[in-house]
Design a binder for this molecule. Structure first.
Ligand SMILES: Nc1ncnc2c1ncn2[C@@H]1O[C@H](COP(=O)(O)OP(=O)(O)O)[C@@H](O)[C@H]1O
Ligand SMILES: [Mg+2]
Length: 584
């Protein structure tokens, strides 16, 4: 990397020096070869015959042209490559940064917009780095040198040439700002379009089932149309800017030419001097013109960079105590003390929850939808932190444990099983170091899910496809539970693992869960009371409060909420039996 930068910079300097030298041979050809003026004393060692001098000057011009070509090649190549590497590093860092953000960030930010930032915005910066950066580095060097040399050659003409510079500077500022703010809106629209696309593409079945293709297409076209309109405005600004620069430069050239020719006629200046001066003027203006053409690319990159930096400056990582405790292997005692939680002032979810779950025991959470069961579960691996109160593992507040260590102690089966685009066995071993297909088979066998998985189209080698679309809900759940078991963690969290399963798979999965829960401290959220006979403790949650707690037998004997829920489910099962017999 350093080598690239040094080479790039050296090549850029060489290129600039060659540009500075380039006009001089022409001057001596004019003055000394054509008009036979004597060479200045520091060049007295050169041949004096016109023919030889011509050869020398033509030779110098050729060498300068060659060196210029070479140095341009190296400077473009090295500066652009170095820039690309920096952009690559930024992109990788952006991804890691997004990964590190907590639940609040990911709930608020739209996936499509984040994708646009990782994709389009980084791309915009990248294309500016590749096209504009080498030009910028080289042209600024050339420009600075040329201005200095021009002032040395003739400061009065230089002043004449630069009268329009302040106007040019103001105009550049104006147009750059304008293009940048247009591009900011264009990038926003791009993020919007990407969000719509992401949302629609991941819910195609619903969109099609409800005939919303037209509406969604309009939403997408609206966002892309806005981007298009902004881009049109940017092009308008750009197409005003470059001609304006050209006009200013031409006026300056004409002014210099007018006074220059008059000075030649009055004998104050040689034709060669004027030639050099005009060449310098052109040499100085050409980088300005080139830079002005890049205004669009640079403005876009600037707006894009702001969007990337905005994310990098967002810090919603799960806070970790600076001296967080390392935790190699937990025993698995879980304690909740006076846990309160609210998402915001309006949605208070948990109220003074207390739970004691000894290591290796099995705790069930039951309660109506929305009573806060999932929320409570999410506090153990710190996807959420209590608003007040403490969640402790082995008596240590989870907030003071090293986050990676904490999560390594936990196998979590979320309500909605997430599978990745990979084979079944790879999905089972997800997040595990080591292990092969055989390991996955062993885990599934132990869970009693081997036969089910074998019955998938290609068994363990079935490619699952994005979001697990190739499998049924129950089949996905089998993989998800095997994955949790493969982790061999001391704490197992199961969020409604039996919801939406058919009767046959349900009994299979309940049996698998019983095996999985044998060993680790387990919290299971479930509606399926009859399948929970093997748990040690049951807590009934209602509106974020624990109403009752105890073993199945105790709660039934209590004749409280649990008892009535249980009665209800038993009656329901009974109804089903009756229905079945009728239909037979
Ligand atoms: N991200 C969130 N932002 C705001 N409110 C939420 C969020 N997630 C859940 N809630 C609210 O918190 C309550 C409890 O939700 P949850 O823990 O998912 O219930 P359960 O799992 O028992 O069905 C619900 O009233 C729900 O509307
Ligand atoms: Mg839930």
């Amino acid at each position: 990397m350093r080598g690239l930068l040094v080479t790039g910079l050296l090549a850029s300097v060489t290129s600039a020096v060659m540009q500075w030298i380039a006009p001089w041979p022409l001057k001596y050809i004019f003055d000394s070869v054509i008009n036979h003026k004597t060479l200045p004393s520091w060049l007295s060692w050169l041949p004096t015959s016109a023919n030889s001098l011509l050869w020398v000057m033509v030779g110098v011009m050729t060498v300068v042209a060659l060196l210029l070509a070479l140095s341009d090649y190296f400077s473009t190549r090295c500066v652009a490559t170095a820039g690309q590497r920096v952009i690559f590093a930024i992109r990788a860092q952006l991804f890691r940064h997004i990964e590190a953000q907590g639940a609040g960030f990911h709930q608020r930010r739209r996936v499509g917009d984040l994708l646009a930032r990782l994709g389009g915005d980084v791309q915009a910066i990248q294309s500016a780095v590749v096209t504009a950066l080498p030009t910028l580095v080289r042209n600024l060097l050339t420009l600075a040198g040329m201005v200095v040399i021009m002032f040395v050659v003739d400061w009065r003409f230089s002043l004449l040439a630069l009268v329009l510079a302040p106007i040019l500077a103001v105009a550049s500022r104006y147009y750059l700002n304008k293009i940048k703010s247009i591009q900011r809106r264009a990038r926003q629209a791009d993020g919007e379009a990407s969000s719509v696309a992401q949302e629609v593409l991941t819910s195609m079945t619903v969109v099609q089932a409800f005939g919303a293709e037209g509406v969604e297409a309009e939403r997408y076209e609206e966002a892309t149309g806005r981007g298009l309109e902004e881009n049109r405005l940017a092009i308008v600004a750009q197409s005003q800017f470059t001609p304006l620069v050209t006009l200013a430069m031409t006026i300056s050239t004409v002014v210099v030419l007018y006074f220059g020719v008059r000075s030649i006629n009055s004998g104050q200046l040689s034709a060669g001097d004027l030639l050099v001066f005009m060449a310098y003027l052109r040499g100085m203006f050409s980088p300005i013109r080139q830079l002005s053409k890049l205004a669009g690319v640079v403005g876009r990159a600037h707006a894009a960079a702001d969007r990337v930096v905005e994310i990098l400056n967002t810090h919603e990582e799960v806070l970790q105590a600076p001296d967080s405790l390392r935790l190699r292997s937990a025993r698995g005692t879980l304690t909740l003390r006076d846990v309160n939680f609210h998402y915001n002032e309006c949605t208070k979810v948990l109220h003074g929850v207390n739970l004691d779950i000894p290591a290796g025991t099995r705790q069930a959470l039951v309660g109506l939808t929305g009573s806060g069961k999932s929320t409570l579960l999410r506090m153990v691996p710190r996807f959420l932190d209590p608003t007040s109160g403490v969640v402790a593992l082995d008596g240590i507040n989870v907030a003071s444990v090293n986050l990676a260590d904490l999560r390594r102690q936990i196998a979590y089966v979320p309500q909605e099983p997430y599978l990745f685009r990979a084979t079944v066995w790879e999905n089972i071993l997800y997040g595990r170091e080591g292990g092969d297909r055989r390991t996955a088979v062993k885990v599934a066998r132990r869970a009693g899910l081997h036969e089910v998985i074998e019955s998938f189209p290609q068994g363990y080698d079935t490619m699952i496809g994005e979001r697990g679309l190739a499998l049924s809900g129950g089949q996905r759940q089998c993989v998800s539970i095997s994955r949790a078991m493969a982790r061999h963690a001391p704490v197992l969290l199961l969020d409604e693992p039996t919801v939406g399963l058919d009767a046959e798979l349900e009994s299979l999965i309940l049996a698998a869960l019983e095996i999985a829960a044998d060993g680790p401290t387990t919290i299971i959220v479930s509606h399926q009371l009859s399948g929970l006979r093997w748990v040690d403790q049951i807590a009934v949650l209602s509106d974020g409060r624990i109403l009752e707690s105890g073993s199945h037998a105790e709660l039934v004997a209590n004749r409280g909420v649990y008892w009535s829920l249980n009665e209800l489910q038993n009656a329901h099962l009974h109804d089903l039996d009756v229905d079945d017999s009728i239909s037979l």
